[in-house]
Every structure is written in structure tokens, then in C-alpha cells.
Design a protein around this ligand. Structure first.
Ligand code: CA
Ligand code: CA
Length: 255
């Protein structure tokens, strides 16, 4: 089973078509019923004809409504015959619709532990020496006083068509360093969708920025509108004198 094309872009209210071709693997051709799932709100898919005999093709039309949110969606098209079920994916990109606003990160205050986050060992916890800003959990990078690197990441899909995209977080920096030199650093980075490449380092903090208490910081993510990105906090310590970077209530806000 194959879709041609396998992706399409549509402006809200419009429709996009693709041809589904089936092949007869072996034996007698059977009737295949076609369904689609994973469609965004207000969108529907129709097949003409709605079921085919193996070896035939069907035209799929995805129709959106004015309320369909902007974004990229993986629409799963499934063909089911009495003997077998097979699924192919159609990538649907919707633009020109309303902004799907809101907070986009999972478990922003760490109160569900490590849910939604990927972190190095010991970062997410219920620290008493580096207490949370809210609740009983936070993330605590570094604080070892020896060469050490900790990271904290979460992927996020930024929709298109919104006015404001920000990364907001509360940061507390505690250090045993007295130097005016930046020996221990925390970088706030944007990585590509699979986290294999750094797209930008938005901000770098160090022991020099140490202060008592949490402070809220805001960084602009507007350049990444419409993209799947990974947010990474990367803390690196040198060989002596510990610095702790405590983070809590990390949010990505779109409006
Ligand atoms: Ca918390
Ligand atoms: Ca140090």
C-alpha cells in the first residue's frame, strides 16, 4: 500500500488529495476497507472508492475547516482486509488557521518526576540542598566540584501562525567559586528535532551570575515557529569548586 504523494500542505478551509495504490501480495485479491486516523480537529478524510480490491487504487481527499489548528500532523491511513491490516502515513501541514496557543511542555515543574524530560543521572529530584521553586521537585544540574556535565532536555513542537513564542524558566545559581571568571557554565540551547545538532545557544550563565533565590528568565523562540525542536539545558563544571544550577517551572508559551 502506497500513497502518492505522501505529504501535502493546505491552507485552512482547503483540501488536499493523494492517491492510494494497493498491490496484491499473494493469493486471491481481497476487499480492503480504508480508514484514516490522526487528523487534526475539524479535518476529515474521504476515500473514493471507500474500499478497494487489492491491486486497485483509491483517491484520498483530506478536507480542513476554518477552525483546524496550524501544525504538521501524521495522518495514518489503514487498509484492512479479512487477512491483513496495513498502515501508511500521510504528512499533513496546515497553515493560515488559528494559533493553537498555550503552554507546550510536559511536566514543567517536575512534580511528575522525570515524565516528559530526558536528563542525566541525579538531575531531576527532590533536593533539599537545592530546593525547588514550587512543589517538591525540580532539576538540579552540576554541584559536584569536579569535572562534570549534566543535561536536561525536552522536545517541543512549535505551531505556526502565532504572535509570541517564549521559553520561560526559573533559575537559581549557587556557587563555591569566588572568581570573576566563568569556570562553570549553564547553556540554554535549541537543538534540531532529533537532538543531534545544536541550532543555537540562546544564553550562557556561569558561576559569575550566582545569586540567592530563583529568578525568572525569558528567551525568544519565535525563530523556530513551525518547527520541531529540542530545548536543552547543558551544565558543565570545571575541576574544582562546585556550582549548582537549579531549574524549576520551565515553560514554552505560545500565544
Ligand atoms: Ca517544582
Ligand atoms: Ca567550578
Amino acid at each position: 500500500m502506497k500513497l502518492s504523494p505522501s505529504s501535502g500542505a493546505v491552507t485552512v478551509g482547503g483540501s488536499v488529495t493523494s492517491t492510494l495504490n494497493t498491490t496484491l501480495a499473494k493469493g486471491t485479491a481481497q476487499d480492503i476497507a480504508l480508514t484514516a486516523s490522526g487528523l487534526p480537529n475539524g479535518a476529515r478524510a474521504t476515500f473514493s472508492p471507500a474500499s478497494v480490491t487489492a491491486g486497485d487504487s483509491s483517491a484520498m481527499t483530506i478536507t480542513t475547516s476554518p477552525t483546524t489548528p496550524n501544525g504538521t500532523y501524521a495522518v495514518r491511513v489503514t487498509g484492512t482486509s479479512p487477512a491483513i491490516s496495513h498502515t501508511v502515513t500521510f504528512t499533513l501541514t496546515v497553515s493560515g488557521g488559528p494559533c493553537p496557543d498555550g503552554q507546550k511542555l510536559v511536566n514543567p515543574g517536575f512534580e511528575a518526576g522525570s515524565t516528559g524530560w530526558t536528563a542525566t543521572s541525579g538531575v531531576i529530584g527532590q533536593s533539599t540542598t537545592q530546593p525547588p521553586r514550587s512543589g517538591t521537585w525540580n532539576a538540579h544540574l552540576d554541584g559536584y566540584g569536579k569535572e562534570h556535565t549534566d543535561s536536561l532536555t525536552q522536545g517541543v513542537s512549535l505551531p505556526q501562525g502565532c504572535n509570541s513564542y517564549t521559553l520561560d524558566y526559573w533559575l537559581r545559581i549557587d556557587t563555591a567559586e569566588s572568581s570573576v571568571n566563568a569556570w562553570d557554565t549553564l547553556k540554554v540551547q535549541v537543538l534540531n528535532s532529533d537532538g543531534s545538532r545544536v541550532l543555537d545557544t540562546l544564553k550562557t550563565y556561569s558561576n559569575v551570575n550566582a545569586a540567592s533565590g530563583y529568578f525568572q528568565r525569558t528567551l525568544d523562540l519565535a525563530p523556530y515557529a513551525g518547527q520541531d525542536i529540542v530545548i536543552r539545558f547543558l551544565g558543565t563544571e570545571d575541576f574544582a569548586l562546585k556550582t549548582s544550577f537549579a531549574l524549576d517551572d520551565i515553560t514554552v508559551n505560545v500565544s
